[in-house]
Each structure stands twice: as structure tokens, then as C-alpha cells.
Write a protein that binds this ligand. Structure first.
Ligand code: ATP
Ligand code: MG
Length: 459
């Protein structure tokens, strides 16, 4: 294959965009007689005039050879080894990790043998590649990449961009093209469909009719992808600063429904438009946090996406006679169990999501003796944000949110005063509800054994 060649000037990008550390890695590799290129997202983004978020290097040197060249480097990955070279030592210089990968080839069945020399099954029945852990040449490395715009190689030392598949032209025309046959490439790795969604939304690219059709036809292959890998891919979809656009693109394909069956059912059910609005507002908020370099929590994302399915299940269980606290616990178990069938959500993400849910009724109720503890709760801030979000779509009285906003700003004396006022209000309403309960108990005792299950109100 003969690539088209361009300089940075030809493509209108500034070569000084390349981080000093990435430059150092490529220089060192080349000085030692190896090939070294920047590849993938960083090259694509520089051509588009965006600041690359990280730099990936590819080389013909083997991981052990790369490691021997750099002091602070380590080999990571069990299936496919890559080398992380770390820079930045003092507090003043930021840490940067340059990922160095050895050229890889597509592992087609005849290519791979096990230790005993026997051919290994490298493709599943649906055509999914089970093993792509084979070193290769630069030509082979280009061929296994997903999209033409991701298959651009930049040698920053000699200032040459290598373009094997017309990626530069496609970038200019704002088009996303897959390398090779669309159906085959999606079947080999169905995650590429999610990557297509991501790049379409993030880079505002158009896709061909063929690609759109193949995404529809191959969508069900997503079920073959290990649920743990899908968790990582979904985070990439929503924590990239364009979550809302990604959501729209995703749900224009069947992929959205396959990934989030519970959320979609809840959106199309009763009151679903409010839930959709909640998601849209949350995603907008996530985008603005990311674009302002503020931290985001995967747990919050799932608390939002699964909120309505959770609420529906809680109500169902309460109706069936379960105590509300128990129902909340059981519904959270059930909802995550169901969602985990497609996306395996790790405990570190599920646990904060559940805590955010758990705090909702407590924040709404504002029991005076619990206020201090709630304010100290490690999930208070996330739960408060969630409460505010719910109030914006009309699920919670805005006065309650304002009260929580105020108490966070207040000093200790003012906080005590606010709680005392609350105590006065709830004291009055508690005595009213105590007398209501007394009457209810009297009625219940008189009709004892006549009802099957007792429905216990929110406690
Ligand atoms: P981003 O800026 O979002 O990181 P990226 O293109 O750099 O985008 P990465 O996930 O970092 O995405 O992958 C780096 C490169 O590796 C891609 O540009 C592409 O060439 C290749 N690649 C990644 N995932 C796949 C895949 N599933 N199939 C084929 N090639 C892939
Ligand atoms: Mg990248």
C-alpha cells in the first residue's frame, strides 16, 4: 500500500500541538532504529484544529524493547501488551502518560497458532474476532484500524502524515468511513458501531446510508460483546463532553434500546416525557461540567439513566405489600441485575448510584434530627444535585431544594435556626399525623383479620 503524504503545513495544523513528551518518545524510538508514529485520535484531532486529549504512539519495537528505552515505563495489559511511558515528576509539571503500542495485525483464523502449533479459533460464530493479539507490520496495523479518519499516522520528527485510506479527504468532507467491508468490520467487533456513534456525535461527521443500514442490521451483535467492555464504552460515550448529542445519535439507531432497555421502556411509558427531560437535562449538565474541567461521576450517570425504572419497581413492590425501605433496596437490586445483562456496572459505580437514590426521600422529608447527618453524608452533594434535577422537571417541590441550597450556605447558628423552624413545622404536622394514626389504628383493630396485606406508607 502506498500512502498519501502530507506535512503539518499542508493540513493546516501546528506541529507544536504535539506534546514534548510524545515527541521525545518518537524521537528516542527512531534514534534507536525503530519506527515511531503518533496515531489515531491525536492526529485526527490536530487536523480538525482540536487539542488532542492524549497521544498514542505506535512502533515496530516490541513492548520489552520499548520498556528498555524509557526509565519510567511499564508494560500493561494481559491480552495485548502495551507500554505506558510516564512523564512529569514535580508538582509543577503535569503527569502525562504516552501509550506505546506495537503494530498489530488482524488475527484471522489461519494466522494464529497456540503454543503447540495448532490453529486457534479466533473468530466466533457471529464473526467476532476473539483474538487480535498478533504483532504485525505497519501495513497490517493500518488495516485493522476502524475508521479512515482514525488511520492517520504522523511522524513528528520528519513532519509527515501518512494517509492510507483517504482519511484526510474524509475529514475535510466531514465523513466517517469504515475501513473494509462494513458488515464484516462490525461483526468482527460490534463495539465499532458505538465508536461510530461517538465519532459522529463528537466530530459532527456524517455516515453513509450503508453504514446506517449495517448498524441497524448488526446492532444485535452488541449482545456478543462482554458486558464489562460495554461498561467502558458507554462511559466513553457519555463522558466526552457531547453526551446529549451522543444520546440523540444513539437513539436514532437500535443500539440505544439494546444498551438501555429499561430506560427506553420507562421513557415510552406513562410520564415518560418527564423522565426523558430529566435525562436530557442531566446530560447537558454533564457536558458543561466536562467542558469546564469539573469532575463527573459514573454513578450519577447511572442514577439518572435508571431512575424511573427504579421508581416504577419500588412502587410496584410497595403495592405488593413490601415496606418502602425494603422495596427500595429490592428494586435497586432488581434494576441493576437487569441492566447488568447488557452493561456490567461495577460495584464502585452502582454503590454511589444507590446511595443517591436512597437519599432522595430523606432529602424530601427533611426530618429535623437527620439534617446534620445528611449534610455530612459523603453523597450529599450528588444527591442534592439529583434532587434539584428532579425539581426542574417538576418531580419535587422547588421550595425543598431552595431550603437545602440555603442551609448549605448558612453558618452553624443559622443552620440551627432553620432546623428549629422545621422542627416547629414538622412538630405541628407530626401531632396531626399521630392523631390520624391513632384513628386509623382504631379502625384497623375493629376490622382485624379482614384485610390480607397491610400497605405501609412511606416511612
Ligand atoms: P478518542 O479521541 O476519543 O480517544 P480515538 O480514536 O483516539 O478517539 P481510542 O479508543 O483512543 O480512540 O483508540 C485509538 C485508536 O485505536 C483509534 O483511533 C483506532 O485507530 C484504533 N481503535 C480503537 N478501537 C478500535 C476498534 N474497536 N477497532 C479498530 N480500531 C480501533
Ligand atoms: Mg485516543
Amino acid at each position: 500500500m502506498t500512502p498519501l503524504k502530507y506535512s503539518a503545513e499542508d493540513l493546516g495544523f501546528d506541529p507544536s500541538e504535539v506534546s514534548i513528551n510524545a515527541m521525545e518518545v518518537v524521537e528516542k524510538l527512531q534514534q534507536k532504529g525503530y519506527e515511531g508514529y503518533l496515531v489515531g485520535g491525536c492526529v485526527r484531532d490536530m487536523i480538525l484544529g482540536l487539542h488532542p486529549k492524549d497521544f498514542d504512539v505506535t512502533t515496530n519495537a516490541r513492548p520489552e524493547q520499548v520498556k528498555s528505552l524509557f526509565g519510567r515505563s511499564r508494560i500493561i495489559g494481559r491480552r495485548f501488551k502495551i507500554v505506558h511511558v510516564t512523564f512529569g515528576r514535580s508538582r509543577r509539571t503535569e503527569r502525562e502518560i504516552i501509550e506505546v503500542a506495537t503494530y498489530r495485525a488482524k488475527a484471522y483464523p489461519d494466522l494464529v497458532t497456540n503454543k503447540k502449533g495448532r490453529k486457534k479459533a479466533t473468530v466466533s460464530d457471529s464473526g467476532r474476532l476473539l483474538d487480535d493479539n498478533v504483532y504485525g507490520t505497519l501495513d497490517q496495523d493500518v488495516e485493522r484500524r476502524d475508521f479512515t479518519v482514525n488511520a492517520l499516522y504522523y511522524d513528528p520528527v520528519n513532519d509527515v502524515v501518512l494517509d492510507y485510506y483517504g482519511g484526510v479527504e474524509h475529514l475535510k468532507r466531514k465523513e466517517l468511513h469504515i475501513i473494509g467491508d462494513t458488515a464484516t468490520r462490525f461483526s468482527e467487533d460490534p463495539v465499532r458501531m458505538l465508536r461510530a456513534v461517538r465519532f459522529k456525535a463528537k466530530l459532527n461527521l456524517t455516515t453513509s446510508k450503508t453504514m446506517d443500514r449495517e448498524i441497524r442490521d448488526c446492532a444485535s451483535h452488541l449482545g456478543d460483546v462482554p458486558a464489562a467492555r460495554l461498561f467502558d464504552e458507554v462511559i466513553k460515550l457519555f463522558h466526552h463532553g457531547v453526551a446529549l448529542d451522543t444520546w440523540k445519535v444513539l437513539f436514532a439507531t437500535p443500539l440505544g434500546k439494546l444498551l438501555f432497555p429499561l430506560s427506553i421502556r420507562a421513557i415510552s411509558g406513562e410520564g415518560g416525557h418527564r423522565f426523558e427531560e430529566l435525562i436530557v437535562r442531566a446530560l447537558k449538565n454533564t457536558d458543561s461540567r466536562i467542558n469546564n474541567d469539573l469532575p463527573v461521576m459514573a454513578g450519577y450517570l447511572y442514577a439518572v439513566l435508571l431512575w424511573k425504572p427504579f421508581v416504577i419497581d419500588v412502587e410496584k413492590k410497595v403495592e405488593q405489600g413490601m415496606r418502602r425501605n425494603e422495596a427500595m433496596w429490592a428494586a435497586s437490586e432488581a434494576v441493576f441485575k437487569q441492566q447488568n445483562k447488557t452493561i456490567s456496572i461495577p460495584w464502585r459505580v452502582r454503590s454511589p448510584a444507590t446511595e443517591i437514590w436512597d437519599l432522595q426521600p430523606r432529602l424530601e422529608k427533611r426530618i429535623p434530627r437527620s439534617i446534620e447527618k445528611l449534610l455530612e453524608n459523603r453523597r450529599f452533594r450528588a444527591a442534592y444535585d439529583f434532587l434539584e434535577l428532579r425539581s426542574l422537571v417538576g418531580e419535587v417541590d422547588s421550595e425543598i431544594v431552595e431550603w437545602w441550597t440555603e442551609i448549605q450556605k448558612a453558618d452553624v447558628a443559622q443552620q440551627k435556626k432553620m432546623v428549629d423552624v422545621l422542627r416547629g413545622q414538622t412538630g405541628a404536622s407530626n401531632s396531626r399525623s399521630r392523631s390520624r394514626n391513632r384513628n386509623r389504628n382504631r379502625r384497623r383493630n375493629s376490622s382485624k383479620n379482614t384485610s390480607g396485606s397491610s400497605k405501609i406508607s412511606q416511612s
